[in-house]
Design a protein around this ligand. Structure first.
Ligand SMILES: [Zn+2]
Ligand SMILES: [Zn+2]
Length: 761
């Protein structure tokens, strides 16, 4: 039956893999259906055009199209202006603004400097610019040029000296060069004793360090740095209408002479000048669709190699002038520097690949390029395309499914890690931009830009003392520190009110005592922060002199030894070992195997968790130290990489947490951790686990006790769970009334603090 055979052959033809016809046909149908729904707005009628002409003739000024960020800034100065008008009894803000004079503007900025803790004149000038934008937005006019010149002179001659405003960024910004990158990446994986809510965040952080350094992008191109718009309706008040009408038209009641336009027509015309409510599309952050991973043939060896390109679209000013930048990455020899392995690991742990067969490092790194092709792009699942690549991790260690990581988290962790790694000046995420130019040398991957650097590279040397940490104040200094008189006074007052009683619930002065406790805590932590910072500056300034003097006196030059790596999570310890001791002369096969291992370790690490309890938890066995000499090519068979080595954790003590016991991302020691008092445990339980349990109850989901012995007990209410842990494990949680009370108290306290802060700000 030759005819039949031929028909089959015809269908399998040149595009090989088939069985996808149905899917394709469905896509065609969907697209054609969508195309029929016209996206173009209907044209206006003759009458509507006439109404439009009439409307536009009354427009004095079309407001400039400000970026969202600018609108928020303008609404910020708007709030200050309104408060100034009220507090200084100037009058109605709108009336005064419309006839603003130079004296009022000068007085406004004197008041702004008094009320706000402004340190650099960069900030005060920014406020002046924003005020000009506010004026234009509201009145549809520009402030008189001579007035503005006078205002700037007043700023320079009066405000700067009076408030001691310094020049912006007088210290210079540290720069992330490749050496600094090596230090911070090593520190992050091998030495950092600080805790992150989920180890995935540590891996995210490493990825951000690499991309910021190699590509010189702003952090806002990676994570979410969008400010929340104010909720007081000021954005709508300022920017709701696109045009400012002339005064005559506003008072004129449209005249009766040509009543051609109906209400309906007018409405259509009015709509043209109203701000569209912008639909929330994808978040402003690096998303999966910006990343392309592909297996390519190495141009020389012909070997299949994983490569990656990333498209950055959120550069500064992108709202007005999109100018995407594409970077191309190839694997680096030093595994610690390789962004491709890290990105691959994050994608694997997100199960982001469209091909079902891609589920581990080997399935990608050992794949071949089919004959005749140069490149196999690895496609993402359609559902992943708009998903941010670096995502937010909540305090209890849950990775968000669709929210981008926050700029503030990246920034704070970067500052803390750079100080703890011994750098003199804390890094800011902007540090990468200027260092980027020299990133492509040495062992770093080739990051090839398709356009010139957006900024001139300027280089500063980074001062680093590996012996320094963020908080390096010696115990003796803390011990001999004289008490702060202001704090002592508050403490005396508290002692007098409490009269030696430990508990003060229901005490007649309960509110004042709580307020005092809060204030004392705040003042103490502010003072400690100040001293930590001062000591560090003192140390970095004087240490070189101390060292020189000791040498001159014939003392030995102190040698610095890298500290031993001491980590609890086995995957992290193994990664540290590979990164710190990777030999230079590995063959292709060994490299291939190590690459696969690194990706697998990253993936496993992403799901692990450590909490502050780690430091206090008793170690049952000393964590295995990596061998300091040469890297071992095989993972140590003694190290157990599966979750929960040894016995099942059990609830055996009344101070344990019945929530943590079931968290398989944590070590056995942390899961069975004993708190010092049941109250502390209950604070922890209510803050970290209660909400999830209550949600389960609402959704009618099963609540289980995570002690293995109780796995068959089915519970559906939180109270049932409370009773169970009480009767079976003698653990007394707070009753739901007690928990509610505590919540209400916390909320009340937060509210009163917020309103206090607003009054001051
Ligand atoms: Zn817990
Ligand atoms: Zn139980």
């Amino acid at each position: 039956m030759p005819a039949r055979t031929e028909a089959v052959r015809h269908h399998t033809g040149s595009n090989g893999v088939l069985g996808h016809h149905t899917d394709f046909l469905k896509r065609v149908a969907d697209r054609e259906k969508n195309a029929r729904v016209s996206k173009q707005p209907p044209p206006l009628s003759v009458k509507q055009h006439a109404a439009h002409r009439k409307k536009m003739s009354g427009v004095r000024f079309i407001r400039p199209r400000y970026a969202a960020e600018t609108q928020i800034n303008v609404s910020g100065i708007f709030g200050k202006w309104k408060r100034y008008c009220t507090d200084m009894e100037v009058g109605d803000w709108k009336t005064i603004l419309k006839k603003i004079d130079i004296a009022t503007m000068e007085d406004l900025f004197l008041w702004v400097c008094e009320k706000h803790n402004i340190k650099s004149w960069g900030t005060s000038l920014e406020y002046i610019r924003q005020f000009q934008q506010l004026y234009t937005t509201v009145t549809g006019q520009y402030i008189d040029r001579n007035d503005i010149k006078e205002l700037y002179k007043y700023h320079d001659c009066v405000l700067i000296p009076r408030f001691g405003l310094r020049a912006p960024n007088i210290d210079g910004k540290p720069v992330l060069n490749v050496d600094a990158l090596r230090v911070i990446l090593t520190f992050n994986i091998a030495y950092d004793t600080g805790v992150v809510p989920l180890e995935r965040q540590r891996v995210n952080q490493a990825g951000c360090y690499m991309i910021i350094c190699y590509a010189g992008v702003r952090p806002a191109e990676l994570v979410n740095n969008e400010r929340k718009p104010p909720k007081d309706g000021s954005l709508d008040e300022l920017f709701g209408a696109k045009a400012v009408m002339s005064a005559e038209v506003q008072s004129d009641n449209e005249g009766a002479e040509d009543n051609v336009a109906t209400d309906e027509d007018m409405k259509v015309v009015e709509m043209l000048l109203l701000q569209e409510t912008i639909g929330r599309g994808r978040q402003k952050a690096l998303c999966y669709e910006d990343i392309l991973m592909m297996i390519v043939c190495h141009p020389v060896t012909g070997q299949a190699t994983l490569a990656m390109s990333i498209k950055f679209i959120y550069h500064k000013g992108c709202d007005n002038k999109p100018r995407p930048t594409i970077f191309f990455f190839t694997p680096s020899k030093k595994l610690i520097f390789c962004p491709i392995l890290l990105f691959l690991a994050l994608a694997l742990s997100d199960h982001a690949f469209d091909a079902k067969c891609i589920d581990d490092a080997r399935s990608v790194l050992a794949a071949q390029v089919p004959g005749g092709l140069l490149c196999v792009p690895l496609r993402w699942k359609e559902s992943m395309l708009k998903i941010p690549f670096f995502r937010r991790v909540s305090r209890d260690g849950a990775l968000s499914e669709n929210e981008a990581a926050l700029y503030a988290t990246l920034r704070d962790l970067m500052a803390r890690q750079s100080l703890d790694a011994g750098f003199e000046v804390a890094w800011t995420p902007k540090a990468g931009r200027r260092g980027a130019a020299n990133a492509a040398n040495g062992n770093a991957p080739d990051a090839v830009r398709d356009q010139m650097m957006r900024h001139d590279p300027k280089f500063f040397t980074l001062t680093r003392d590996p012996r320094a940490t963020k908080d390096m104040v010696p115990e003796e200094v803390w011990a001999s520190l004289p008490p702060d008189p202001e704090i002592s006074e508050l403490e005396e007052r508290r002692a007098k009110l409490k009269q030696g009683q430990y508990r003060f619930d229901g005490h007649e002065d309960e509110d004042e005592i709580r307020e005092l406790i809060y204030k004392i805590g705040l003042k103490r932590s502010q003072r400690e922060k100040r001293i930590v910072k001062e000591y560090r500056e003192y140390y970095f300034y004087h240490r070189p002199t101390w060292d020189l003097e000791r040498q001159a006196e014939g003392g030995e030059v102190e040698q610095y030894e890298e500290p031993a790596i001491d980590l609890v999570i086995p995957e992290r310890a193994r990664l540290a070992e590979i990164f710190c001791h990777q030999p230079d002369n590995l063959g292709d096969d060994e490299m291939a195997r190590l690459r696969i291992e690194v990706v697998d370790l990253y993936v496993a690490l992403c799901g692990k968790r450590e909490t502050v309890k780690r430091k206090r938890a008793q170690r049952t066995a000393p964590a295995k130290l990596p061998t300091p000499e040469l890297i071992k090519l095989e993972a140590d068979p003694d190290i157990e990489f599966k979750p929960i080595p040894g016995p099942f954790p059990l609830l055996t003590h009344q101070n344990q947490c019945p929530g943590c016991i079931g968290d398989e991302r944590m070590s056995l020691e942390e899961r069975t951790f004993r708190y010092c008092r049941p109250t502390k445990r209950n604070d922890h339980f209510d803050d970290n686990h209660l909400e999830a349990k209550e949600r389960s109850e609402q959704l009618g989901q099963l609540i289980i006790c995570n002690d293995k012995r109780c796995k068959d007990i089915q519970m559906y209410t939180v109270d049932h769970f409370r009773n169970h842990v009480q009767s079976v494990h003698t653990i007394t949680l707070r009753t739901s009334e007690q928990a509610q009370e505590r919540r209400a108290r916390k909320l009340k306290l937060r509210r009163s603090r917020q309103s206090a802060a607003q009054a001051h700000g």
